[in-house]
Design a protein around this ligand. Structure first.
Ligand code: TGC
Ligand code: FAD
Length: 392
């Protein structure tokens, strides 16, 4: 793979909106991605292996629990810092950002928000340091966009719960130490349970043959009469709203992360367009290529503004779920379109692993599907503005 020459575009001087702390956090993440992710990520993706050696670095840049309070091992940062970290990581690879998103927003967040003090103390510091890796089991083979229909269930057996069912498409599952699993009790109410590796009847087979997010490990969670100690139930919230609150946080991170992937594709294509000559001049001198590049930077700038404003609203605890859906949907589609256009600018070279663009493009096909598909987020916006529910 070519050396990482990335230079971040900032067409509207958005850095002026950031604090010194935001810039420091971003620089740490950006430098780490250049040093420790870029040199190894292409090979990891080609081999379809999660590069476990980066876990320590992810913890060191604050990517595991950026906004979780420091007393539990988190970085105690604000939402814009969290977004910037996700942006920089996804600039390297969406699969690496996936690992960080799941750990932070889908595992640490529910334990922090809905867990007991004992659960917080037992799990959060180890998750923050990367000693433990977590995963989040919501999706099932027959219930993806409609998680409320889940059939995974648990029964109260007096001194423990008995968990049965299966989850599918679970990021980090093959090597996770702890899974936050959403399951129905005997009355059909959804609860979160902490399922630990080694519990009898719990297995995590790997999902193979992915053309997307190849550097992220995906698997199933299978529960065959798993005995769950009662102290492993998250006590402080139940109902579908609990996992959906976690998704709000992760979707926000994706809205920023997708900008990173788009920036990397744009920056690569811009450099290539200035260096590659055809018909006696740089291809960047042709109007058709300039149109592509000009539209890309316009869309990146709009996405940056959307993400920044959403981060400010989240810092004030004012962002709605529908606003988060709009940003996730817009920014991921923007990144996917930019990846496709950038790949064309590189001609044949664009399909090789010499450049990051094709990997980003394939990764983004998952990003536009997980955490709520492109269609689902449109319907959430539709419901918000009309007051009419298209799901029911
Ligand atoms: P609905 O009846 O509308 O709502 C059920 C309850 O939840 C409340 N609620 C929310 N609460 C917090 N945050 C939100 N965003 C919420 N949205 C809804 C709602 O008020 C209600 O509360 P209550 O007290 O009245 O019961 O639910 P529904 O069944 O009609 O579904 C709505 C829909 C379709 C929007 C929702 O199911 C949905 O978002 N579906 C998409 C599923 C999804 O995103 N799955 C993601 C799986 S995890 C993943 O992909 C991780 S990838 C990680 C990586 O690698 O980065
Ligand atoms: P379906 O829900 O079957 O959707 C199929 C199609 O139908 C889509 O185009 C969808 O938009 C459309 N559709 C569905 N309902 C409607 C409707 N009402 N109106 C119009 N169109 C509709 N899940 C987890 O729980 N944890 C994870 O860590 C996790 N990681 C993932 C990692 C990867 C790589 C992938 C690919 C997925 C992951 N997922 C995870 C699952 C992901 O959230 C689901 O794939 C996603 O929610 C869509 O569900 P589905 O694949 O079952 O598709």
């Amino acid at each position: 793979m070519k050396p990482d020459l990335f230079e971040a575009p900032d067409y509207y001087n958005l850095d002026d909106l950031l604090t010194e702390e935001h810039k420091l956090v971003r620089t740490a993440a950006r430098d780490w991605v250049k040093r420790d992710v870029s040199p190894i990520i292409e090979e990891a993706a080609q081999k379809a292996e999660f590069p476990k050696e980066i876990i320590k670095g992810l913890a060191e840049i604050g990517a595991f629990g950026p906004y979780i309070p420091e007393e539990y091992g988190g970085a105690g940062l604000d939402q814009i810092s969290y977004g910037l970290i996700m942006q920089e990581i996804e600039r390297g690879d969406s699969g690496v950002r996936s690992t960080a998103s799941v750990q932070s927003s889908l595992v640490m967040y529910p334990i922090y928000k809905f867990g007991s003090e004992e659960q917080r103390k037992k799990f959060l510091p180890k998750l923050a340091s990367g000693e433990f890796i977590g995963c989040f089991g919501l999706t099932e083979p027959d219930h993806g966009s409609n998680p409320g229909g889940m059939v995974t269930n648990f029964k109260d057996k007096g001194d423990h719960y008995l968990l049965n069912g299966a989850k599918m498409w679970i990021s980090n599952a093959p090597f996770a130490d702890v899974a936050v699993v959403w399951a129905k009790d005997e009355s059909g109410r959804i609860h979160g349970l902490l399922v630990e590796r080694g519990m009898e009847g719990f297995s995590t087979p790997t999902t193979h043959n992915k053309w997307s997010l190849r550097a992220s490990a995906t698997g199933e969670l299978i529960f065959d009469n798993v005995k769950i100690p009662k102290e492993n139930l998250l006590p402080n919230k139940s109902g579908l709203g609990a996992p959906l609150m976690c998704l709000d946080s992760a979707r926000f991170g994706i809205a920023w992360g997708a900008i990173g992937a788009a920036m990397d594709c744009y920056d690569t294509a811009l450099r290539y367009a200035k260096e590659r000559h055809q018909f006696g001049k740089p291809i960047g001198a042709f109007q058709l290529q300039q149109k592509k590049l000009a539209e890309m930077i316009t869309e990146i700038t709009k996405a940056q503004l959307l993400a920044w404003r959403l981060g400010s609203l989240r810092n004030e605890d004012k962002a709605t779920s529908s606003q988060i859906s709009m940003a996730k949907r817009n920014n991921v589609e923007m990144a996917l379109k930019i990846a496709r256009e950038s790949r064309q600018i590189l001609g044949g070279m664009g399909i090789t692993g010499e450049y990051s663009i094709m990997r980003h493009m394939m990764n983004l096909e998952s990003v536009i599907t997980y955490e709520g598909t492109h269609d689902i987020h449109l319907l959430i916006t539709g419901m918000d503005i009309t007051g009419l529910n298209a799901f029911k």
